[in-house]
Design a protein around this ligand. Structure first.
Ligand SMILES: CC(=O)N[C@H]1[C@@H](OP(=O)(O)OP(=O)(O)OC[C@H]2O[C@@H](n3ccc(=O)[nH]c3=O)[C@H](O)[C@@H]2O)O[C@H](CO)[C@@H](O)[C@@H]1O
Length: 365
């Protein structure tokens, strides 16, 4: 069996792709899996670390207005289509899977034109533009939220599976996690999605400069592109790093998430799914500029279940954040009920269900 998986740009598209790949490998150990991404996206770093081969193509996005950029983009898109066609023809996959991001556009489209079975997975309530277009060409559309159904015209292709996440989130025990992330005080993990968040970083640094030592420890993940600048700013504030930890990227999120007492993060669909898998309470700060404001919808869904508090980016301010952290951590009853609500929201079988759809598409018994 041969499978091509394409999805990229951000971790929110790449980690589901890896979860699907791992599930296929578990079921078919001899299966050959090839990823297609771009050299600029996070996938060219993350995918090889997960043990898979990746080939890259050129892609770009089109803007609404006619411009020089658009002419260049159209040229790049044609080039990407041609590159995708060559990779697909050389590899001869039985199925091609897309998990979102611009890169999967030319790959999945070309696969469908070549008569290969295709499936796409959408992580959010509001589908991304690439998946919306690809919906016209693919055999199956796996979605994560019931609410996403209304955005796809092709009702007969839809199946609600939930978001696939790495198995470790279900396997790591608290003991294993806490021995890796030791802390004498309650641990508060703060992450602004796979690329980091300028507003979360700014607010947390402001909070820590004013209050370096708290009754809890902060583990801030800044995102790779923001780390150096923030550390330069902190060079005058040694106390901040004496009592807290700041890193650029979290390589072992299943352990860090399981070890923490509270997570503060933006409201990407995959992070939310992972939080639920480990049953943690959260303070969610949806990124305001995302397409159709989809992160706020993700966040509000968790808030409605009693698993999270939501602070909008425009309301974010360091003293408010500090008070909210204290309020949550100091109320053990609230903490417990949030943990339970978070765990109750978890859909454990998403990856298995997506595999089932692939199996049915290929007619495997
Ligand atoms: C800005 C933007 O448009 N973001 C979108 C992007 O999310 P983005 O990639 O930012 O965020 P998600 O929360 O969905 O996923 C992040 C993934 O990266 C991992 N991670 C993150 C940081 C880190 O240091 N280490 C690490 O491993 C997380 O564990 C998770 O698996 O795709 C998601 C899924 O389509 C959308 O819901 C988000 O709105």
């Amino acid at each position: 069996m041969k499978v091509i998986i394409s999805g990229g740009g951000t971790g929110g598209h790449i980690y589901p792709a890896i979860a699907i790949a791992n599930k296929i490998k578990e079921k078919h150990p001899k299966c050959q899996i090839l990823f297609i991404g771009t050299s600029a996206g996070l996938e060219s770093d993350i995918v090889p670390k997960a043990g898979y081969e990746i080939k890259t193509i050129t892609v770009s996005y089109l803007r609404r207005k006619i411009s020089l950029h658009n002419l260049k983009s159209a040229g790049m898109l044609l080039k990407g289509l041609w590159q995708a066609r060559k990779i697909i023809k050389d590899f001869h996959p039985d199925v091609v899977i897309g998990t979102g991001g611009f890169v999967c556009g030319p790959v999945v489209y070309m696969a469908s034109k070549l008569g290969i079975k295709t499936l796409i997975h959408e992580q959010n309530v509001f589908p991304g533009i690439t998946n919306k277009i690809l919906g016209n060409y693919v055999d199956k559309i796996a979605i994560s939220f019931e609410e996403a159904q209304k955005y796809f015209k092709q009702k007969n292709k839809l199946v609600v599976t939930g978001n696939p996440i790495r198995e470790e989130f279900f396997k790591v025990t608290s003991q294993e996690a806490k021995s890796r992330y030791k802390s004498e005080r309650p641990l508060v993990l703060i992450v602004g999605g796979s690329g980091g968040s300028v507003s979360i970083n700014k607010t947390v640094i402001d909070m820590l400069v004013k209050h370096p030592k708290n009754s809890f420890e902060i583990l801030l993940v800044t995102g790779k592109k923001h780390y150096k600048e923030l550390m330069e700013k902190l060079s005058q504030h040694e106390e901040v790093l004496k009592y807290n930890r700041i890193i650029e990227y979290m390589e072992d999120m299943p352990y860090a998430l399981k070890a923490c007492d509270l997570i503060i993060c933006s409201a990407g669909a995959i992070t939310i799914t992972e939080i639920n898998a480990v049953g943690k309470p959260s303070i969610l700060i949806p990124k305001a500029y995302t397409a159709e404001n989809h992160q706020e919808y993700n966040a509000r869904a968790l808030e409605a279940r009693g698993a999270a508090f939501v602070i909008k980016e425009e309301e974010l301010e360091s003293s408010r954040l500090l008070n909210k952290i204290k309020e949550v951590l100091h109320d053990s009853k609230k903490l417990q009920s949030m943990e339970k609500a978070s765990l109750d929201a978890s859909k454990k079988l998403a990856t298995e269900d997506i595999y089932e759809e692939i199996r049915k598409l290929l007619g495997i018994k």
